[in-house]
Design a protein around this ligand. Structure first.
Ligand code: IMP
Length: 424
């Protein structure tokens, strides 16, 4: 059984926990897009782990993990994560394969990310994680990127880095007034990582193909979310990779014919970190309550996430783009105590009711949600174990979401611990 797990909102849906639940039933767990901009929080044996690049499946000692070709890899961040895990007695080497086709993220990518954001007019700022993700993908598409496989041949790597750095330094000096990078310094830094990195490098598309021929169960764990997808999200307020289902295919080299199901993860409300439209954003007082109750602070940057009502326009769109077979609804417990709950079922844009997600961010910025209101519940959900023990209004709320999206809910999460999960 090969499954793809996708964030169906703006990321931070709580995928880490579901990945952990599904990883138990999988043999191989694959990351296929993004980089260390992601932050998956997992509670494992009462210990908290935040993973950025390495699939959370690594916490299970008998699983193999893969970082696919679609990921951009910052060696410094990667080894920091490996070292933290190994210091906590989680063996990584020998259990994690990194695609030799994955692109390397260099210090100049990080700097360029910061400089670009810093130079933009306020309304154009994206609010990136400043990890260099956008500039690294830009180089990949411009064909000026450097891949892990290039490190196999130091002469070739040297030649390529020299040419690339020459151009980057010109841009840094002439546009941003930065002194640029010394080639020998960057070269030495990467050569220092070379040997260790190559221990992880592999032909991962072939590995995954062979594994699926042997009927191994593969879980593809998405990072970020549908609305941050560079093609289908709220462009330009997006990340630079395909966080939708197609990203799992190109980013791993596995054919779509080998995929059995696509699972969407949504939060019972909506959050967004970084800039860009969020039509259902709460008024400030309610935002404070939900931010606190839901601990809505970014796992990578610590920034507070903006929060809002559940947006069925967004999630219906995500269900369609990703062809979701089933859904997991996270953090239902956070909504306990609210007298009433709203769900956006359409938008009003310049006086017209629109049911489909608009492609134009300009229009989206003008969108006013059309809400349906439902009754809330007061009960604490944290120890509920069965569907039938959920408060009636909570069940009604979930049933309404299911109807609006046309996708069955299979998992409801009511707390960060693994036990706080209701399977349907
Ligand atoms: P970048 O991916 O660092 O370029 O950031 C682009 C946008 O994606 C910003 O709005 C970030 O806040 C957002 N973003 C990137 N990674 C994540 C994530 O893992 N969760 C939520 N938002 C993210």
């Amino acid at each position: 059984m090969n499954r793809i797990l996708i964030g169906a909102q703006w990321g931070d849906e709580g995928k880490g926990k579901i990945i952990d639940v599904l990883a138990r039933k999988s043999d191989i767990i694959v990351r296929y897009q993004g980089g260390n901009n992601a932050g998956h929080t997992v509670k494992f044996d009462d210990e908290k782990f935040i993973l950025h690049l390495i699939p959370s499946g690594i916490l299970h000692s008998n699983k193999t993990c893969v970082i696919g070709n679609g990921v951009v890899l910052d060696p410094e961040a990667f080894f920091k994560e490996v070292d933290v895990l190994e210091s906590r007695q989680i063996r990584v080497q020998g259990r994690l394969l990194v695609s030799e086709q994955a692109h390397l993220l260099f210090p100049h990518h990080r700097l360029m990310d910061q400089m670009r954001e810093g130079a933009l007019q306020r309304k154009h700022v994206i609010g990136t994680t400043k990890r260099g993700i956008g500039p690294c993908y830009a180089d990949k598409i411009a064909r000026t990127g450097i891949r892990i496989v290039d490190l196999k041949n130091p002469g070739y790597f040297k030649e390529r880095l020299k040419a690339v750095l020459h151009e980057k330094n010109q841009v840094l000096q002439k546009i941003y007034g930065h002194k640029g990078y010394s080639f020998p310094k960057v070269y030495q830094e990467f050569i220092k990582h070379r040997k260790r990195l190559l221990l992880f490098a592999a032909d991962t598309p072939k590995f995954l193909y062979q594994a699926s021929r042997k009927k191994k169960n593969i879980l593809f764990e998405g990072a970020q979310g549908t609305m941050l997808d560079v093609d289908h999200g709220t462009y330009p307020f997006v990340t630079s990779s395909n966080a939708t289902v197609g990203g799992a295919i190109t980013g791993s080299g596995v054919s779509p014919t080998l995929i059995d199901s696509v699972i969407g993860v949504v939060k019972a409300y909506t959050t967004r970190v970084g800039e860009g439209p969020l039509p259902t954003q709460f008024p400030p007082a309610l935002m404070k309550i939900v931010q606190k109750q839901g601990e809505e602070f970014g796992a990578t940057t610590g920034r507070p996430r903006r929060c809002g009502w559940f947006d069925a326009v967004v999630t219906r769109y995500a269900a369609r783009i990703n062809g979701l077979d089933e859904m997991s609804v996270m953090k239902l417990d956070v909504l306990s105590g609210l007298k009433e709950l709203k769900i956006a079922v359409a938008y009003k844009i310049h006086g017209k009711v629109v049911e489909d997600y608009p492609s134009s961010t300009y229009e989206l910025q003008a969108a006013k949600p059309v809400y349906e209101t439902m009754k809330g519940w007061n009960e604490d959900l944290s120890s509920v174990e069965r569907w039938k023990d959920l408060p009636k209004n909570a069940r009604k709320y979930l049933k309404r979401l299911e109807k609006l999206l046309g996708v069955p809910i299979k998992i409801v999460s009511i707390g960060s611990k693994r036990a706080q999960t209701i399977f349907l």
